[in-house]
Design a protein. Structure first.
Length: 199
């Protein structure tokens, strides 16, 4: 017991103080510094993830605003069209027949449909003859502004009497495409396999 109650020497006191400081430092590092650093790193990573998510949402929002603006412009111009579900060929043919019913003669030739993802393209060639160039403009405008989404491609104009299309009958040869979608569509034997879109 006597050995236990003796006074520590200065050297032993310094060693005990140093050991105590080391233990306090280790305890601080283990129980304070490390958890705080880990919490800060986790918080920083969460902040970066949230910033990236915010940028993505802002980009989507900007795209949606642009799309809405484009839709408003199209609707204001009166040229909005509908992309119908596949197979809308009967309605498209009926519409073409209505538009071309007051021409002198016409012929429509459809090609096989093509598919890219959910988008269906129904390409066709069109030939019609009318009495005047103004009638040509009216037919093409009716087709362009039709209810169904249609893109008119190559248009060739020939005059029947002279080289001036403003005089006499005019014959038009054109190619065009109706666009349909597989959303809500029912596949049938005329639908080709899905061809992946080119990136």
């Amino acid at each position: 017991m006597k050995a236990m109650s003796r006074e520590f020497s200065t050297k032993e006191k310094l060693l005990l103080l140093l050991l105590s400081l080391i233990l306090v430092g280790l305890a601080y590092y283990q129980f304070v510094d490390r958890p705080v650093r880990q919490a800060l790193a986790t918080a920083y990573q969460q902040q970066m993830d949230l910033n990236n998510e915010l940028k993505s949402v802002e980009a989507k929002l900007e795209r949606m605003r642009r799309m809405r603006s484009e839709m408003d412009d199209v609707t204001a111009g009166g040229t909005a069209s509908e992309m119908c579900s596949y197979n809308n060929s009967k309605a498209e043919i009926a519409m073409l027949n209505d538009i071309l019913s007051d021409t002198l003669q016409y012929a429509i030739t459809f090609e096989n449909v093509t598919r890219e993802g959910d988008q269906i393209r129904r390409n066709f060639s069109l030939q019609f003859t009318v009495e005047s160039y103004e009638h040509v403009e009216a037919v093409l405008k009716a087709l362009n502004e039709s209810h169904y989404r249609c893109l008119i491609g190559d248009v060739r104009c020939n005059a029947s009497r002279s080289s001036n299309v403003m005089e006499g009958n005019v014959t038009i040869n054109a190619v065009a495409t109706f666009f349909e979608t597989m959303v809500g569509g029912v596949p049938d034997a005329g639908l080709p396999e899905n061809r992946p879109s080119a990136k």
